[in-house]
Design a protein around this ligand. Structure first.
Ligand SMILES: C[S@@+](CC[C@H](N)C(=O)[O-])C[C@H]1O[C@@H](n2cnc3c(N)ncnc32)[C@H](O)[C@@H]1O
Length: 251
């Protein structure tokens, strides 16, 4: 089910708090997926929009590229700057990055394209990309083909009107770009049962919920993890993930 624009803005702004928890509990991306997303071993100018606490940014820096981060939430951007003091941050958004025309070889969004207005963000990406550049979108998911992951996903969405596959927003990329190349990556992440249960506290719909709603989601996710994986604590379990990545060349 697609979100309407008001709902998208309300949930997207929920990331104004919770940066430290986000940084601790959310995974990075499989490095092969990041390599594919950027698409070159030559050093490129990469703009990471909705960079958050810098999870994707740090991986692209490690691959040898020059990254500029764009992030509207000061709380998230403060975490990024603490880890990556040499990365320039623009406190803009996908719709208005504040960056010059044709200043990027690659524009990427990690887990963030679905928060931007697709019409304005497509125009903005096309404006800042150099000739021959591309837009890369990437999302991590729990692998819902595993019944335990499906149960946890359902618990974490218990207060939503219906969960949204955020990557379906890739369809909204504008006509400035051609048809995408798409790749899927299947992987797993060793995670403590405590961190797995707590991951819900980093979700936009949790951050936007009232206190009783937040407590309900925490309890339901903890019960589900306990039932599916065992007691909440330091025990580490393998958590199946799926990553989907898109590359859109500028037309
Ligand atoms: C789920 S986090 C992803 C952070 C990071 N890219 C990662 O991979 O972990 C989504 C980020 O998008 C940001 N965001 C929300 N609305 C946005 C917009 N209109 N344009 C760009 N970023 C936005 C949020 O502040 C948040 O930091």
């Amino acid at each position: 089910m697609a979100r309407d624009a008001d709902e998208r803005q309300r949930l997207g702004r929920a990331f104004q708090v919770g940066g430290a928890r986000y940084d601790r509990l959310r995974p990075s991306y499989p490095i092969d997926a990041v390599r594919w997303l950027v698409g070159s071993t030559e050093p490129l100018r990469v703009v990471d929009i909705g960079a958050g606490t810098g999870k994707l940014t740090a991986q692209i820096v490690d691959l040898g590229h020059a990254v500029t981060a764009v992030e509207p939430s000061a709380d998230m951007a403060d975490q990024l700057t603490a880890h990556l003091p040499d990365v320039a941050v623009s406190h803009g958004s996908g719709e208005a990055t504040g960056l010059p025309d044709r200043s990027a070889d690659v524009v990427v969004y990690g887990q963030a394209w679905h928060w931007a207005d697709p019409v304005a963000a497509s125009a903005e990406a096309a404006r800042i990309l150099a000739v021959g550049g591309h837009l890369g979108l990437i999302w991590n998911f729990l692998d819902l083909r595993d019944a335990r992951m499906a149960a946890l996903d359902a618990a974490s969405h218990d207060l939503d009107q219906g969960s949204t596959e955020n990557s379906s927003s890739a369809k909204s990329v504008g006509a400035q770009f051609g048809e995408p190349a798409v790749r899927e990556f299947i992987w797993s992440l060793p995670t403590s049962t405590r961190d797995l249960a707590d991951r819900v506290t980093t979700r936009s719909y949790y951050l936007a919920a009232d206190k009783p709603g937040q407590q309900h989601l925490r309890e339901l996710c903890a019960e589900t993890v306990e039932r599916e994986f065992g007691p909440i604590g330091d025990t580490v379990v393998e958590v199946p993930h799926r990553t989907i990545a898109y590359r859109f060349a500028i037309g």
